[in-house]
Write a protein that binds this ligand. Structure first.
Ligand code: ZN
Length: 221
C-alpha cells in the first residue's frame, strides 16, 4: 500500500492539472477513494490553490480600487484647478467692474472759469475719491476729433483757436452709484453743456474691452 501511495502522490499534481492519461487517472481515483491519507493530501492541495486564488483575487481587487482612486483623485484635482481659476477670474472681473463699471463725459460751456472747473472736480472727488478724472481742453477735443479722421484732415480744417466749436470735457471713470450721484449733483450746473453716462455694461465685456473704449462724442442734453 505504501508503495502505491508514493506513486499516487507523485501523480497527484498531474492529476489535479488534468494531464493524466485515462489509465493512470483511473488508478489515482480508485486509490483516493480507499486511501484517506492520499485523499487528505489531495484535498489540501486543492485548498492551497483556493487560498492562493483568493489572495490573488483580493490583490487584484485592491489594485483595481487603487487604480480607480488614482483616476478619481486626478479628476478631482483637475476639477479643483479649473474651479479655482474660474473663481479667481470672476473675482478679478467683478472687482474691476465694481471699480469702474461706469463712465461719464461732462461737456463744459466755453465760458467756464478755472474756479468753476475746480468746483466740478471737487464734486466728483467728494463723491468718489477713487474716481479717475481726465480733463480734455477744447484743443484736446479738436485734436481728438482729428485723430479720428486721419485720412480726411480737410473735414476738420478751420476749427482752430477762436473757431473751435468742440467743448472741453471731463472723462470720469467710477462705480455706477457714484456716477449717478455725480450726475444728480451736476445736472443743473449752468456751466455744463451736457452729461453723457454709460453704465450697465456686461462685466466680462467690460473686463476685456474697457481699455480700448472710444469716448462717445454725442452732445445731447
Ligand atoms: Zn495512499
Amino acid at each position: 500500500m505504501k508503495n502505491e501511495c508514493d506513486i499516487v502522490q507523485d501523480l497527484l499534481f498531474s492529476y489535479k492539472d488534468g494531464c493524466l492519461k485515462q489509465g493512470s487517472k483511473e488508478f489515482v481515483e480508485k486509490h483516493l477513494k480507499k486511501c484517506d491519507e492520499c485523499a487528505k493530501i489531495y484535498a489540501e492541495m486543492n485548498n492551497e490553490d483556493d487560498e492562493i486564488n483568493t489572495t490573488n483575487n483580493e490583490i487584484d481587487y485592491l489594485k483595481k480600487i487603487k487604480k480607480k482612486m488614482k483616476k478619481k483623485t486626478k479628476i478631482i484635482i483637475a476639477i479643483s484647478i479649473v474651479l479655482i481659476i474660474l473663481i479667481v477670474f470672476n473675482i478679478a472681473v467683478f472687482v474691476n467692474y465694481d471699480k469702474y463699471v461706469s463712465e461719464m463725459t461732462i461737456y463744459l460751456e466755453d465760458s467756464i472759469t478755472d474756479e468753476e472747473r475746480a468746483e466740478i472736480e471737487n464734486v466728483i472727488e467728494e463723491t468718489d475719491k477713487n474716481a479717475e478724472i481726465t480733463y480734455k481742453s477744447k484743443e484736446d477735443a479738436l485734436n481728438n476729433m482729428k485723430e479720428r479722421f486721419p485720412d480726411n484732415p480737410e473735414i476738420l480744417a478751420g476749427y482752430e483757436g477762436q473757431n473751435n466749436i468742440f467743448p472741453a470735457y471731463y472723462e470720469v471713470n467710477s462705480n455706477k452709484k457714484a456716477i449717478e450721484e455725480i450726475e444728480a449733483k451736476l445736472i443743473n450746473n449752468e456751466k455744463i453743456k451736457s452729461i453723457n453716462t454709460r453704465t450697465d455694461e456686461n462685466p466680462y465685456v467690460f473686463f476685456f474691452f474697457s481699455k480700448i473704449y472710444v469716448p462717445l462724442t454725442e452732445k445731447n442734453k
